[in-house]
Write a protein that binds this ligand. Structure first.
Ligand SMILES: [Zn+2]
Length: 50
């Protein structure tokens, strides 16, 4: 599970794959779970899942 690809980097020309390994923050809101991933390029991508 650790190597599962969670999403790809949001930064315009990067598009690296982000895995659970790179997840540095998880928090829950009333609307679902948000996860912040830090890419090797330095950009942070936030995903939302219900
Ligand atoms: Zn990136």
């Amino acid at each position: 599970m650790l190597d599962e690809i969670a999403c790809t980097c949001d930064a315009g020309d990067c598009d690296r794959e982000l895995t659970d390994d790179q997840c540095m923050l998880v928090y829950r809101t009333g609307h679902g779970e948000r996860r912040a991933y830090e890419c090797a390029c330095g950009a942070v991508t936030v995903t939302v899942s219900a």
